[in-house]
Write a protein that binds this ligand. Structure first.
Ligand SMILES: Nc1ncnc2c1ncn2[C@@H]1O[C@H](COP(=O)(O)OP(=O)(O)OP(=O)(O)O)[C@@H](O)[C@H]1O
Ligand SMILES: [Mg+2]
Length: 360
């Protein structure tokens, strides 16, 4: 077994992609590995004609995935937008893997991202010794995607300053990247497009420049609609974590996952699930992604410091860590929830006590 800590989607799901390709009778856009319909099946899962089961990667509204995939067949780029932890990066990776067979052409947007990370840079040693030549040019993932007709990914587009974001305008509207120093241009090959992700909650993000807005179709990824959907997401992700980490713990009882998701949904919405009690909302986002980590941490605690079975006291520290982001305000919110909601639930005494013991 490989010891790579995290496989790329195209490697991890190579068999599914291979089967989809074999069964794919639909027309493919130039340089796409799969047809748009097969890409959507890869994302949301399904059974192929020969009975092969494709696992769902994105759990939620299939229509959103269809819109995302359709966008990528046009001359507009795709922006996946939404709250933290709503699977924007996850969907972006799987889309690139299914469409181009390569999810690694990626630019991570930060406040320090400069134009050279989007257009191209120079190998200065070569530049000084040889002058500007094609060999001295350092290609960016975006330039490579243009040359090869593949999908490039930009993570956290709105962390990049607006002036640097605008370096994308010519790339997206004229599909070309001029290199005036060499008097050449790189023209994008069919199959090239960009998937960007951005979240609307974090501090320190910039606006998406309005010139760019017009070149992106935005798909907003929502927080899971129903409790059952969210439980399903957490369960699937935790199972795959357990497999990769080879934890000597038993798979978590659905009941524990249900309780974590309940706590998260109640605090997120400011109302208990039965609709009877209003609760204060903490400052953090309490995303599905965080619910997944709370269960994963709990499993690790259970495996190495407990009896191998996920129990309330393995989970308590993780829950408090996820809820209490602001040490003063959130602690008040949490204590109130603990005393007015958790304490009153007869079969939740173990979680109540475990959290109390940690001196919240
Ligand atoms: N609807 C969903 N379907 C499947 N997985 C989901 C869903 N929502 C969240 N996840 C899981 O949540 C985890 C985090 O998702 P991801 O990192 O893509 O979030 P993000 O939206 O990019 O967040 P951020 O804004 O913090 O970058 C992933 O492991 C993903 O599997
Ligand atoms: Mg992300």
């Amino acid at each position: 077994m490989s010891t790579i800590l995290r496989q790329h989607a195209e490697n991890l799901f190579a068999q599914e992609l291979e089967e989809l390709k074999k069964q794919d009778g639909d027309q493919k856009p130039v340089n796409w590995v799969l047809s748009p319909r097969a890409v959507v099946t890869y994302l949301v899962g399904g059974k192929l004609k020969n009975g092969f089961e494709v696992s769902p990667k994105y759990i939620g509204n299939k229509r959103l995935m269809e819109i995302a995939v359709a966008t990528l067949t046009t001359d507009r780029a795709l922006l996946l937008y939404g709250l933290p932890g709503t699977a924007k990066s996850w969907v972006s990776e799987h889309l690139a893997a299914a469409i181009s067979g390569n999810s690694t052409l990626i630019v991570q947007g930060t406040a320090g991202t400069g134009e050279e990370a989007i257009r191209y840079g120079w190998n200065y040693a070569r530049l000084l010794s040889e002058g500007p030549t094609e060999k001295a040019l350092v290609e960016t993932p975006i330039m490579r995607a243009m040359k090869d007709g593949k999908i490039a990914r930009i993570e956290e587009l709105t962390r990049i300053g607006a002036d640097v974001q605008d370096a994308l305008i010519t790339i997206l509207s004229e599909k070309t990247l001029p290199v005036p120093e060499l008097n050449i241009e790189v023209q994008a090959v069919q199959g090239f497009n960009i998937i960007a992700t951005a979240n609307n909650r974090d501090k320190g993000v910039n606006e998406l420049s309005s010139a760019l807005k017009r070149r992106f179709n935005t798909v907003i990824l929502p927080v899971p609609d129903s409790m059952e959907e969210e439980i399903d997401i957490v369960k699937r992700r935790v199972e795959s974590f357990e497999k990769v980490m080879q934890l000597p713990a038993e798979p978590p009882a659905l009941q524990e996952i249900r309780r974590i998701v309940t706590i998260f949904r109640e605090l997120r919405s400011g109302l208990t699930l039965d609709g009877k009690t209003k609760v204060k909302m903490p400052s953090g986002t309490l995303s599905t992604a965080e619910a997944i980590s709370v269960v994963n941490n709990g499993l690790s605690m259970a495996a190495y410091f407990g009896d191998g079975q996920l129990k309330a006291h393995d989970l308590a520290a993780g829950i408090i860590g996820a809820v209490v982001k602001d040490p003063v305000q959130d602690r008040i919110v949490w204590n109130e929830y603990l005393e007015t909601v958790l304490k009153t639930r007869d079969d939740w005494k173990d979680i109540y006590r475990a959290c109390r013991d940690l001196g919240a």
